[in-house]
Ligand binder design. Structure first.
Ligand code: NDP
Ligand code: X2W
Length: 336
């Protein structure tokens, strides 16, 4: 049995982790840590957990991690660094769901996340937890930087096509749409019902913190520098991310060739579902760990579409895929 604790247990991703971990036969939930909710019971904060888990939420203390094998950190970016360092010093595996350990350059981190980074050495040690592309590194890592929700929806459909050099790296246009749970549970005027309902708006245009993450990992796994735009939009729904990617293919590409490339990389990857020329929909992936990918080719214009649940494949589910790799469980344990 792997003993896991969660920092930020009362947040949206924390609650999603708990629900998934309760179904995982190889995991025992040890400590739950919170901030404003410390002292409360988790099933009072999340009544959907009534009759399944009623642990008290504690304030974080490194000493109470004795007996924990793996700490999930589901805190706002900027708040994870000291906790990750304390767990690392105790030789405990860490999976951070936020953005504090995904990038490799502290100046780029500061530019996009607006904080200094207090543990740049650990930032270098952290391994990017995209299971479909980085399994060998994940297996031996002490600190996993779980991918961002939007980057997951962009990297999975694009990497195979870049790697096989069938799309032009000169310009790729990426548009992503998210439900409001992507912003977490913190109170924010722009997220209240009357602002979001019956509305769609672009936000963080040109400055979104996932731009450098997408750039870094498309280059790492696609083996080619690319030029792209990435625009995020808020949808009046609770869960789900929908991404459309517009790019140019080289002249010799056809539908069959694209299908073959996706098959080559993903036929043995349970959580990537290839729809061919079918159209992904958020409702088909909500509450699941699947990333659905479809595409349409007209001449040299290729449009790729992906859909994920931001809280599952975009956060807690992907984190459990990483746990399964680290502790040698079957890749789908707790996730189907
Ligand atoms: N929501 C999503 O779809 C995704 C989120 N992420 C990332 O995962 C992380 C968690 O996100 P999410 O669950 O949405 O966030 P939430 O806002 O829902 O929850 C964050 C939790 O962190 C705790 N917290 C807040 N401020 C502090 C602080 N100053 N110090 C210590 N703890 C604090 C809160 O505890 P308490 O309630 O006890 O006050 C809260 O429960 C973030 O880094 C986010 O970017 C990544 C991918 C997708
Ligand atoms: C809808 C919405 O606001 N989504 C958030 C996603 C946050 C996130 O997952 O960001 P990090 O993990 O990189 O901190 C956003 O666009 O900022």
């Amino acid at each position: 049995m792997v003993s896991v604790s969660i920092a930020g247990a009362a947040g949206y991703s924390g609650a999603e982790l708990i629900k998934l971990l309760l179904r995982h036969p190889g995991v025992k939930i040890d400590k739950l840590f919170g901030h404003s909710t410390a002292g409360k019971r988790i099933d009072d904060v999340h009544p959907s957990l009534k009759s399944t888990l009623s642990k008290e939420i504690a304030s974080f203390e490194a000493e109470s991690l004795d007996g924990t094998d793996l700490l999930f950190v589901a805190l706002p970016s900027g708040e994870a660094q000291s906790i990750v360092a304390e767990a690392f010093n105790k030789n405990i595996n860490v999976i951070d769901l936020g953005g504090d350990f995904r990038l490799k350059d502290v100046n780029i981190y500061k530019k996009y996340y607006k904080h200094e980074h207090s543990t740049p050495d650990l930032m270098q040690k952290a391994v990017y937890g995209l299971p479909e592309w980085n399994e060998a590194e994940i297996k031996n890592a002490k600190i996993i930087a779980n991918p961002g929700c939007y980057p997951t929806s962009v990297l999975l459909p694009l990497i195979p096509l870049l790697k096989e050099k069938i799309v032009s790296p000169d310009f790729i246009s990426i548009n992503s749409y998210s439900g409001t749970s992507g912003a977490g549970k913190s109170v924010n005027l722009s997220m209240i019902f009357s602002e979001v309902n019956e509305n769609v708006r672009a936000y963080k245009v040109g400055v979104h913190q996932h731009i450098p993450e997408i750039d870094l990992y498309l280059q790492k796994f696609g083996n080619i520098p690319i030029s792209f735009t990435f625009v995020t939009h808020l949808l009046p729904i609770t869960r789900g991310i929908y991404t459309t990617i517009h790019c140019k293919t080289n002249n010799s590409t056809d539908v069959g060739k694209i299908e073959k490339i996706y098959e080559k990389y993903y036929s043995d990857k349970t959580f990537v579902r290839l729809l061919g020329e079918g159209i992904p929909e958020i409702k088909n992936v909500a509450y699941t760990n699947f990333c659905d990918i479809g595409f349409s080719l007209a001449g040299n214009d290729l449009i790729i579409i992906s859909a994920i649940d931001n809280l599952v494949k975009g956060a807690a589910g992907q984190a459990i895929q990483n746990l399964n790799i680290i502790f040698d469980y079957d890749k789908t344990t707790g996730l189907l």
